[in-house]
Design a protein around this ligand. Structure first.
Ligand code: NDP
Length: 601
């Protein structure tokens, strides 16, 4: 395979054919149904290993605002509400503390692969300056706690508690909030910040329940069994045969640490990730310009501009994410021109092939055994799966105590027995099997049905959206659901730096609530405003279904079935969306407010 940047039409056709074959090897008829949820008889996989649930009396009071979820979305919503003078803000969180994904995920090797100086929110406000380009998970979790403390969010928070129902009471102008701890309290405003990839999933491997060894999911790491900490030192594994299922962003981080400490490690791979250079290093305040007022938000804005393909005079972060921005720039026009295949082939495909060749060449350079190297090479387009970054992962396969087991031909692990795992007719005996198999998509959030929301006139949000499709203004508010503000919902815009998006949304949510509070008004958009926003989302809606239909299966494309088009997001990207929100707040915010008791259709 050539590593040159010029590709003949024949070479591109051959590559396309290779990608098609690799995709076909992996597509399963059961698609997303291949996974198991961690409930009912598998509920123990989701139990909180970090905090014991303490008994308490049910809460029956009244607060100004309830925030559903205590990850960075909920923390930022709480912080921004406090800045706006909202006193009683109650965050309700399933975990035993603030942190969300960083509360649950504490697996050894955990780091964020977005630069810490743009990922950690509110650095300007807290004065904190991360010391590493990519921060370890524990530092990020502590920052979540730092922000929650600074903004007084602990006072009213309810932990180890999940909201189970939200019901609007028009006579009182409040939401009645029910939880799984028997609470029933009232809140004038609701902000939902329920996250996107928050429910762990398990592979539906036949016989999974028969395995007699130890098992757990990476998002509930069992340090009592492994010993050690997120920094490593897993002494409990010194005499253990350990298996890990999954080689996504989590698997790539956890494998090198397991390789160090396990007697033997079997890595069960179905699709290899792209593993690019990481180059983590210590940074000084001077390196990142910390100290100048607004340095962190300026850096964050710069990262968003560069990674959104919007162009910027300077690339401040200058890492492998920003290096890929040129690729994205070439991909988006072919989506925007309603799936223009010719534009794709001239503007994107060659650049993608060159990039993927670099990724595959790196595998060859690092991994000494040619057969293992071949299995670790990813054969799909760069944007098909979430990229990963590591200077330790590929190297781990050069160790004598690490075995790569490729499961692509059998669509994953064939079955489990009492003693271990069967692939291609071979049984691999294990003491412990760790699932790095990721999270369900589309099951959290108010529209999923897991959290029933009953608005004006007893209408269930889930029913209304199932019947007519999601209807929002800017993704935040909906007619019939007064004073309910959704963070990072459908019909908004996303970015790889999710905390940035969450913060922009938190600022917006707090502005809506502050305005309603100041005027004694209720937040509720008209149906016309929703129609207008739907039209904005539909106009220029990108056509990317064809692109994802050619990708290997994964959560980006509903396990190979493709991703639906349609007005599911604001089509012009996060930079334009944030500008639009800012302008709208200055010029038109009043349009979403109504007098209490006034009818709004
Ligand atoms: P993913 O969904 O990305 O990966 C799951 C892995 O499990 C895949 O390799 C999948 O293979 C494999 N798998 C599933 N079922 C089977 C089976 N039956 N047999 C064999 N293999 C199987 O989950 P992750 O937890 O890795 O990552 C989820 C997301 O979390 C990331 O995409 C990212 O957004 C975020 N994350 C971010 C990090 C950061 O540093 N910022 C770090 C870690 C996670 P296949 O690909 O074939 O389906």
């Amino acid at each position: 395979m050539t590593h040159s940047r010029t590709f003949t039409p024949e070479a591109l056709a051959a590559l396309r054919e290779r990608y098609r074959i690799e995709r076909e090897r992996r597509v399963r008829p059961d698609g997303t149904r291949q996974y198991l949820s961690a409930d009912a008889r598998f509920g123990y996989y989701a139990a909180d290993p970090y905090t014991e649930t303490a008994g308490r009396d049910p809460v029956r009071d009244r607060v100004e605002a309830v925030v559903v979820g205590g990850g960075f979305g909920g923390i930022l919503a709480g912080a921004r509400l406090r800045q706006r003078g909202v006193e009683r803000v109650r965050v309700v969180e399933t975990g035993g503390d603030f942190g969300g994904t960083w509360y649950w995920n504490r697996y050894p090797g955990i780091h964020c692969d977005i630069e810490s100086h743009v990922y950690l929110p509110l650095l300007d406000e807290t004065g904190y300056v991360p010391e590493w380009k990519y921060a370890p998970g524990e530092e990020i979790r502590r920052h979540a706690v730092r922000v929650a403390e600074k903004f007084g969010l602990y006072a009213d928070a309810l932990f180890s508690t999940s909201v189970t129902a939200l019901t609007w009471d028009e006579t009182d102008g409040t939401w009645i909030v029910g939880t799984d701890r028997g609470d029933e309290f009232r809140a004038t405003y609701v902000v939902t910040a329920t996250g996107t990839l928050s429910e762990l999933k398990l592979p539906g491997i036949p016989g999974i329940e028969t395995f007699r060894g130890h098992t757990f999911h990476t998002s509930r790491w069992d340090y009592a069994y492994t010993g050690g900490s997120p920094d490593g030192g897993l002494t409990g594994l010194a005499d253990k045969r350990v298996g890990v299922v999954g080689t996504g962003a989590t698997g790539v981080q956890v494998v090198p640490v397991l390789a160090e400490d396990a007697a033997h490690l079997y890595v069960f791979q179905r699709t290899p990730s792209t593993v690019d250079v990481r180059a983590n290093r210590r940074t000084t305040a001077a390196d990142v310009g910390a100290g100048r007022p607004g340095w962190a938000s300026a850096r964050r804005d710069n990262f968003l501009r560069v990674t959104s393909g919007e162009g910027a005079e300077e690339d401040l972060v200058a890492d492998r994410w920003t290096a890929s921005a040129g690729l994205l720039e070439k991909l988006l026009p072919s989506f925007r021109r309603q799936g223009d295949r010719a534009a794709f082939e001239t503007e994107y495909e060659i650049a993608d092939a060159a990039r993927m060749n670099e990724i595959r060449a790196r595998v060859e350079e690092v991994v000494t055994d040619p057969e293992t190297a071949e299995k670790l090479k990813p054969w799909y387009r760069y944007a098909c799966k979430r990229p990963t970054f590591s200077d330790l992962y590929l190297q781990a396969f050069n160790r004598d105590n690490v075995t790569l087991v490729d499961t692509a031909d059998t669509h994953g692990i064939e079955r489990m027995t009492q003693r271990g795992v069967v692939v291609g007719g071979t049984e691999y005996e294990l003491d412990c099997l760790i699932f790095a198999t990721g999270f369900s998509v589309g099951v959290s959030g108010v529209h999923s049905g897991r959290l029933p929301v009953t608005g004006r006139d007893g209408v269930r949000l889930q029913d209304a959206w199932r019947a007519h499709g999601p209807r929002t203004l800017h993704g935040f508010t909906s007619n019939g659901f007064p004073n309910l503000v959704q963070l990072a919902g459908t019909q908004s815009a996303s970015s790889v730096n999710h905390t940035h998006v969450l913060d922009e949304h938190a600022v917006h949510a707090a502005a809506l609530i502050a305005a309603a509070r100041a005027r004694g008004a209720v937040i509720e958009p008209t149906r016309e405003a929703e129609d207008a926003w739907l039209a904005v989302c539909a106009e220029d809606a990108p056509d990317h279904a064809w692109f994802h239909a050619e990708c290997t299966p994964g959560y980006y494309n509903a396990e190979g079935r493709g991703r639906p088009n349609g007005p599911t997001a604001y089509p012009h990207g996060a930079v334009a969306f944030h500008d639009l929100l800012r302008r709208w707040r200055e010029e038109s915010l009043e349009e979403v407010l109504r007098a209490p008791g006034a009818v709004r259709d």
